[in-house]
Write a protein that binds this ligand. Structure first.
Ligand code: G16
Length: 566
């Protein structure tokens, strides 16, 4: 215990009107947090004030970061403000490091009231990059809209915040640090925990580690290449895949978390994980994976760079869940996917006679389904997959699931994917992202497009492109009614569904930091065994042409093409 009680002070502040959390927390340019007076403090006070005082007093919260620039400063402020706001205990990752799945895991394990994660996910970091603050609630998942709306509302009228400016902690010292405060609250405790331990124990209870170890070691060992992208996953990859599961140390690259991710986008995609793609093309490795900055997203590659589309990945995981001890014990309840995610998962759900839920984009929408026991597995096209073991998507869980499937089926990544297509058909899929578009141009484009496609005349339209003819079957602006609490979420993306099951979807991203990001998703289902091996862009070309034409996206945004194609 510190000798003198630490003072608690109240600081006057001026509210900001732009602190509305997006799909996954508040994401802004780092310089906004760094240079706007009390910007960070205001948001943290809004988060803390959103928790009812009776629940807040003496409660436990978890804090972690993906190690990006400004995280240490932010953690120091969070600790000082948590103490001043009556939080009893903060559990923080060693040196501030905790992956997003690990935070979710710890919140659930220690029954914390929630947690704060400092990350802007796959966005670049550093003084010129992005920073973000996510707030997760007691189920371990992202705060639902009711909570983020409350945070936003508080932030708009905030006039003061409470802080203990003299309180200092040592993030590098594992164990407890206790502080006596000069206020009515009980002593305040900070506990620095190993970043990996609790999460590793959970994974041990889910997977057959000896089966995975058998695959990664021994005479006909599977050679793997894992790219932690200089993000939070380095320590997890080294400890779990190398130390525990026997992968050679040189299987793992970019494993030291760097404040600026080495100047790269920590984004596990074909575009930004290009060096992994190159390494895999060499043919030496039979399995490759990359993670994003905070470790919830993942990408899987097979030998020679064979790409597993994330929507296919979740469908294939679903079809093979019985390989995993956790699901052998728990059984398989429903599946869920976000609306733009391909319908490959629906085919598996049908074959397994399991309910399929289609939610808006945002992991938070899976929370109620999992908490109510309706859903065992969820996935998204944006490189996310996870199960009800926690309430976040979980990149390393997805990797261990793939390795478990490979160990059980004794097949390569490509063979597993091709067998899946042969059995249930292939959903050709791609996404076009137009990033940093003028906000107004994006808004008006979406508004006008919504009016066009929901007009009655549109639903009887046929589009002929080359030899293909697409007849519109249904159009809407996607709306979701949560089956658990009945809440309705509107305006979640414009959908055009054609009679052959093909889909075109338009939506505005809710995670961008600058301007607007328009996403166009195209999907086409193929059952013919002769046509399962075509080039994705060639198959989807006609649908993309229709999408560009009806939206007039290039004319209206001044762009000549998308920023990124996935
Ligand atoms: C977040 C959400 C995901 C969502 C993704 C992309 O992920 O948790 O559910 O799919 O953003 O959202 P949008 O299309 O609106 O940009 P992350 O990994 O960025 O936290």
């Amino acid at each position: 215990m510190e000798a003198c009680p630490i003072p608690v002070v109240t600081v006057q502040t001026v509210p900001y009107d732009d602190q509305k959390p997006g799909n996954s927390g508040l994401r802004k340019k780092t310089m906004v947090f760094e240079s706007k007076r009390n910007y960070l403090q205001n948001f943290i006070q809004s988060v803390l004030s959103s928790i009812d005082l009776r629940d807040r007093q003496g409660c436990t919260m978890v804090v972690g970061s993906d190690g990006r620039y400004f995280s240490r400063t932010a953690i120091e402020v969070i600790v000082q403000m948590a103490a001043a706001n009556g939080i009893g205990r903060l559990v923080i990752g060693h040196n501030g490091i905790l992956s997003t799945p690990a935070v979710s895991c710890i919140i659930r394990k220690i029954k914390a009231i929630g947690g704060i994660i400092l990350t802007a996910s796959h966005n670049p970091g550093g003084p010129g990059g992005d920073f973000g603050i996510k707030f997760n609630v007691a189920n371990g998942g992202p705060a639902p809209d009711t909570v983020t709306d409350k945070i936003h509302q508080i932030s708009r009228t905030l006039e003061e915040f409470a802080i203990c400016p003299d309180l200092r902690i040592d993030l590098s010292r594992l164990g407890r640090q206790d502080f006596d405060l000069e206020n009515k609250f009980k002593p305040f405790r900070v506990e620095i925990v190993d970043s990996v331990d609790v999460y590793l124990n959970l994974l041990r209870s889910i997977f057959d580690f000896s089966a995975i170890k058998g695959l990664l070691t021994g005479s006909d060992q599977l050679k793997i290449r894992i790219d932690a992208m200089n993000g939070v996953m380095g320590p997890y990859v080294r400890r779990i895949l190398c130390d525990e599961l026997g992968a050679p140390a040189n299987s793992a690259v970019n494993c030291i978390p760097l404040e600026d991710f080495g100047g790269q986008h920590p984004d596990p995609s074909l575009t930004y994980a290009a060096s992994l793609v190159e390494a895999m093309k060499g043919g030496e490795f039979g399995f490759g994976a990359a993670f994003d900055g905070d470790g919830d997203r993942y990408m899987i590659l097979g030998q020679n760079g064979f790409f597993v589309n994330p929507s296919d990945s979740v469908a294939i995981i679903a079809a093979n869940l019985p390989c995993i001890p956790y699901f052998q014990q728990m059984g398989v309840r429903g599946f869920a996917r976000s609306m733009p995610t391909s319908t490959a998962l629906d085919k598996v759900a049908k074959a397994m006679k399991v309910t399929l839920y289609e939610t808006p984009t945002g992991w938070k929408f899976f929370g109620n389904l999992m908490d109510s026991g309706r859903c065992s597995l969820c996935g998204e096209e944006s490189f996310g997959a996870g199960s009800d073991h926690i309430r976040e998507k979980d990149g390393l869980w997805a990797v261990l699931t793939w390795l478990s499937i490979m160990a059980a089926r004794k097949q390569s990544v490509e063979k597993i994917v091709r067998d899946h297509w042969a059995r249930l058909g292939r959903n050709y899929y791609c996404r076009f992202d137009y990033e940093g578009v003028d906000q107004k141009a994006a808004f008006f484009m979406m508004r006008d497009l919504g009016a066009v496609i929901t007009d009655k005349a549109f639903t009887s339209q046929k589009f002929a492109v080359g030899n293909s003819v697409y007849s519109v079957e249904k159009t809407d602006n996607f709306e979701y009614t949560d089956p658990v609490d009945g809440s309705v979420t509107k305006n979640q993306g414009l959908r055009i569904i054609f009679t052959d099951g093909s889909r075109i979807i338009f939506r505005l991203s809710l995670t961008g930091c600058a301007g607007a990001t328009i996403r166009i998703y195209a999907e086409s289902y193929e059952r013919d065994p002769e046509k399962l091996n075509r080039e994705t862009q060639a198959v989807l070309g006609p649908l993309i042409a229709i999408a560009l034409k009806i939206s007039e996206i290039h004319e209206r945004t001044g762009r000549k093409g998308p920023t990124v194609i996935t």
